[in-house]
Design a protein around this ligand. Structure first.
Ligand SMILES: Nc1nc2c(c(=O)[nH]1)N[C@@H](CN(C=O)c1ccc(C(=O)N[C@@H](CCC(=O)O)C(=O)O)cc1)CN2
Ligand SMILES: NCC(=O)N[C@@H]1O[C@H](COP(=O)([O-])[O-])[C@@H](O)[C@H]1O
Length: 353
């Protein structure tokens, strides 16, 4: 097969064209058989905690590369000072899991080049499972705007096809086989796992079997979407810093045992709160006490009913959850030294929120 190599040069600010020319011999020396290649001139930036280095390559949204358009992306790093010894191997210092050094340049060039296997990494790095209690109507109702239940699962499951999440929902875990989310999963061919085992769901599996099942699907992240039972400690231990939940209030307010669904919005209206909104947090052993990762605020108007607040919050949940999962799949979650998780901006890697 002739190699139709597409060598796109995506240049980050401050790169030096003459140095770029030095790269080509290295690339040409590579006897790669990738059909499409791209070269990013990138730079190594330090995270706020100064504990980690990050590749800051032109984000797709700014006309940069969409990773999955290429079979291989060569990333050229320019750095001002010699990279600290522990960072000679970027895998050690910046958490990008599948960079492999293909050819190193003499230090005098201050360049090091890596090949990032984009598609395998993004798909591999973002195999998600959605855990939801479900209940309510089928996918059709969700799309017709008369959403009753499982809308969060629908948005997360459909986004990778048309939107921005570089990953896939590979399994749905639910405690109600007849729920709306399960119907949608069957329509889409997404496997369903029943958890936990209850008198109503004798085919449900145990926590240990759930962990084994998720490992079998090579799940990287677990996303709770309306799940109303306490997740077992076995699952939380098996997926550290990898389980997210979305709650329909601004935690820590209106959270904890007894606060779910419309109960939350009724409490918000009754309290006279002027604002509400979703919280996305990492899950720990207790209800709603895990580290907060993202929040978004909506107004609560004087004559709002709980249902009106619920609708306004849910619209924001759909947007926020997709934005957060997109960041998870692109490895843009950074943990501050005091344990607070931050989201690195896609547009400006030096900005966090
Ligand atoms: N280990 C964890 N498990 C779960 C968490 C969590 O943070 N840690 N979040 C919940 C989701 N949730 C709030 O976001 C939540 C869900 C349900 C309840 C609750 O009080 N449930 C009732 C039972 C409700 C029912 O069975 O219909 C109860 O436990 O009495 C509070 C918060 C998901 N799991
Ligand atoms: N405390 C947990 C909780 O209340 N979760 C809430 O259940 C709803 C599920 O909506 P959906 O069925 O349309 O996906 C969402 O509003 C979510 O925040």
């Amino acid at each position: 097969m002739t190699r139709a190599s597409l060598l796109a040069l995506a240049v980050s600010p401050g790169s030096n064209p003459t140095r770029r020319a030095n790269l080509l011999p290295c690339l040409q020396k590579q006897n790669s058989n990738f059909l499409k290649e791209a070269l990013i001139l990138s730079s190594l930036t330090r995270s706020p905690s100064r504990q980690q280095w990050h590749l800051s390559s032109p984000p797709p949204s700014s006309g940069g590369l969409s990773r999955c358009w290429y079979d291989a992306i060569w990333v050229l790093l320019q750095y001002d000072n010699p990279i600290p010894s522990q960072c000679q191997n970027p895998i050690l210092c910046n958490r990008v899991s599948s960079i492999s050094s293909t050819c190193s340049f003499p230090q005098s060039h201050k360049w090091v080049i890596f090949r990032v296997s984009p598609c395998s990494r993004t798909i591999r790095a973002c195999r998600n499972s959605v855990v939801e209690a479900g209940g309510g109507s089928s996918g059709e109702d969700l799309r017709s705007g008369t959403r009753k239940k499982s809308s969060l699962f629908l948005y997360l499951a459909e986004d990778p096809i048309s939107g921005s999440i570089l990953g896939d929902i590979v399994v749905l875990v639910t405690n109600k086989r007849g729920c709306g989310g399960a119907e949608f999963a069957r329509e889409k061919g997404i496997p369903i796992v029943l958890f936990p085992k209850t008198k109503d769901e004798s085919e449900g599996i145990s926590p240990a079997d759930l962990v084994a099942s998720l490992r079998g699907f090579e799940v990287d992240f677990v996303l709770l979407a309306g799940y109303l039972k306490l997740l077992p400690a076995e699952l939380i231990r098996a997926y550290p810093k990898s389980i997210l939940n979305i709650h329909p209030s601004l935690l820590p307010a209106f959270g904890g045992k007894g606060y779910y669904g419309m109960k939350v919005h009724k409490a918000v209206v009754a309290s006279g709160a002027r604002f509400s909104g979703p919280t996305i947090h990492f899950v720990d052993e207790h209800y709603d006490t895990g580290r907060i990762l993202a929040q978004s605020v909506v107004p609560v108007l004087p004559n709002d009913t709980p249902e009106e607040v619920a609708t306004r919050v849910l619209q924001e949940e759909h947007r926020l959850y997709v934005e957060v999962v997109e960041a998870m799949c692109e490895d843009r979650i950074v943990w501050r030294q005091d344990g607070v998780p931050l989201i690195q901006s896609k547009e400006n890697p030096n900005e966090y929120r």
